[in-house]
Ligand binder design. Structure first.
Ligand SMILES: NC(=O)c1ccc[n+]([C@@H]2O[C@H](COP(=O)([O-])OP(=O)(O)OC[C@H]3O[C@@H](n4cnc5c(N)ncnc54)[C@H](O)[C@@H]3O)[C@@H](O)[C@H]2O)c1
Length: 263
């Protein structure tokens, strides 16, 4: 019996996932889709005539696995039903878990068997095998240092409001604070900080620094973990996806790889 997939959000990541389902032969069937953009829905529906078009984001009762690749609010709005129906859930807009305090509390309070059904993608970073091992003894500090190209920040509201002067030659520190605060100010680009926070010290103790760097043309994330077990630094220099320069290629691949892991 194949596994029925429901995909909410048919933008870059959602459509990449669907295009790659062939890799899994008959393991998955595309059961149901939803997007607020009706053109995207009809494009996929034409390619997959057996797919059901969901009436809204919570219309996934007949799916075994639900993938959210839309916006953070969708994660918030589907979460209770996902848990009630014990669906396997892959939330791409993972920042939701730290911007929404109630959702964070619900997630961390889940019993282990239910929590294991929520498959957090590693997204644009990784190293979680080692991080999970270190957690067995305890993590003392957890830091994310993100460098992004200067142009990402040139018109950013926070940079303008704070009157931050961007250098054209050296990197400029844009933000230093908690992962929670970073997710609030940079909701579109902080899934990485949220993922690290969920795996380490939580949104209020995971530290984030963000730099605007004129010397780079890609997003670079460095994770630093200190613990009695040792000191660890992981570095990720992500190329943008060939079809969507706003999203790191690795993020879409991490969701496809999760589908590989599901039995
Ligand atoms: N976990 C990670 O590391 C990581 C990395 C990159 C992107 N993301 C997140 O994944 C999500 C999808 O990324 P993408 O690059 O595919 O974005 P995208 O903009 O290409 O696609 C998003 C799609 O969601 C649809 N959408 C918007 N609001 C919706 C709603 N209320 N209900 C249903 N559909 C809705 C849009 O019409 C669009 O088709 C974003 O939230 C992004 O921040 C996570």
């Amino acid at each position: 019996m194949s596994i029925g997939l429901g995909v909410i959000g048919l933008g870059f990541i959602g459509s990449q996932l669907i295009q790659n389902l062939g890799k899994f032969h008959d393991k998955y069937r595309l059961q149901a889709i939803f997007d607020i953009d009706k053109e995207k829905v009809s494009k996929i529906a034409k390619l997959y005539p057996d797919v059901r078009i969901m009436s809204d984001i919570t219309d996934f009762d007949d799916c075994d696995v639900v993938i959210e690749a839309a916006i953070q609010q969708v994660v918030v709005n589907v979460f209770d039903k996902i848990v009630d129906l014990k669906k396997i859930f892959i939330p791409m807009s993972i920042g939701a878990f730290i911007t929404d305090q109630a959702l964070y509390q619900k997630y961390i309070s889940l019993e282990k068997p239910t929590k294991q059904l929520i498959k957090l993608p590693s997204g644009a970073i990784g190293g979680f095998d080692a991080i999970n091992s270190i957690s067995l003894i305890g993590i003392q500090t957890s830091k994310l240092v993100t460098n992004k190209p200067l142009k990402v920040f040139e018109e950013h509201r926070y940079v303008l409001e704070k009157n931050i002067k961007l250098s054209g030659t050296e990197k400029t520190l844009i933000f230093q604070g908690t992962a929670k605060e970073a997710a609030r100010i940079f909701p579109k680009s902080i899934n990485v900080g949220a993922r690290l926070a969920l795996a380490t010290l939580g949104p209020e103790k995971t530290e984030v620094k963000i730099y605007a760097n004129p010397k780079i043309d890609k997003n670079i994330h460095e994770i630093e973990i200190s613990s009695e077990v040792g000191f660890y630094r992981f570095s990720f220099q992500n190329n943008p996806s060939p079809t969507n320069p706003k999203t790191s290629w690795l993020a879409a691949l991490s969701a496809i790889e999760l589908l590989e892991q599901i039995e």
